[in-house]
Design a protein around this ligand. Structure first.
Ligand SMILES: Nc1ncnc2c1ncn2[C@@H]1O[C@H](COP(=O)(O)OP(=O)(O)OP(=O)(O)O)[C@@H](O)[C@H]1O
Ligand SMILES: [Mg+2]
Length: 240
């Protein structure tokens, strides 16, 4: 099976190599847990390390906000990659100009068709859901959308905002069932700041490490670490 490396320190080891090509993976977590940074890093590494083109769809931010976020975390060639077309950004202005999702989907399909992209990030599914009046309509379009991504050969991260740190037994949402994999991002407050964790809870067709691993967000992006002796300890060696 062909794997797509995220290039995120530690994460590919947890995934035993990477994400299966053409998979759509849900990235969920509460606000500020690092979901958008993971998405930016995935696309940035794609270009910088793997010669893969990416497309970033944001319903929440402008192209400029996204660039500033990328540059502030240390992805200093972001703007250059956008300029020369290795990364395409569809921001909220472009995505929300149609009232009906069908129109936006047509625009997107045209771009994907001509674009030869390998990686896609949708930030976020939660906003995407607001296009639809009913759960049924949302489900139909989500299925269709995920199918389209696969048809175009894209390996995708779909960001979902969560109100709870962990999904409750009854509350595992629709999105969890429609996607091939699930990455949860967590944070717990400490006296010094926050401890951050990453948990890959599901990856269809792949053997993965299902422990919860500590991670950090620093200049240069996200790094995931081997589980330290205590659950709450950050540190240890990066998984290689
Ligand atoms: N240079 C940096 N060094 C360390 N931490 C940083 C840096 N830049 C951002 N962060 C941390 O990353 C967090 C934001 O991450 P991100 O925007 O990816 O979260 P998110 O999960 O997308 O949140 P939301 O759901 O609100 O969109 C900030 O709260 C901040 O703590
Ligand atoms: Mg975000």
């Amino acid at each position: 099976m062909e794997l797509v490396e995220t290039g995120v320190e530690g994460l590919d080891a947890i995934l035993n190599g990477g994400i299966a090509r053409r998979a759509a993976v849900l990235v969920s977590g509460r606000p500020g847990t690092g979901k958008s940074i993971l998405g930016l890093q995935y696309l940035y590494n794609g270009v910088e390390q793997f010669d893969e083109r990416g497309i970033y769809l944001s319903f929440e931010e402008s192209e400029r906000d996204i660039r500033e976020a990328a540059e502030s975390i240390g992805f200093e060639n972001w703007a250059e990659h956008v300029e020369n077309g290795d990364i395409t950004v569809f921001d909220k202005r472009q995505l929300l100009q149609e009232d009906e999702f069908a129109g936006t989907l047509d625009t997107l399909m045209a771009e994907l068709d001509g674009g030869d992209y390998d990686r896609l990030v949708l930030d976020s599914l939660t906003m995407f859901g607001l296009f639809f009046d009913t759960e049924r309509e949302k489900r139909t379009y989500l299925l269709k959308f995920v199918d389209v991504l696969k048809e175009f050969g894209l390996t995708s991260l779909l960001v979902a905002e969560q109100s709870e740190a962990f999904p409750t037994a009854g509350g595992v949402s629709l999105e969890n069932f429609l996607t091939d994999g699930n990455i949860f991002m967590l944070q717990t407050p400490t006296e010094a700041g926050v401890n951050r964790y990453l948990w890959v809870s599901k990856m269809r067709k792949q053997e993965i490490q299902t422990d919860i691993f500590p991670m950090e967000i620093t200049q240069g992006g996200i790094a995931v670490y081997e589980r330290a002796a205590g659950f709450s300890l950050i540190g240890g060696n990066p998984i290689t």
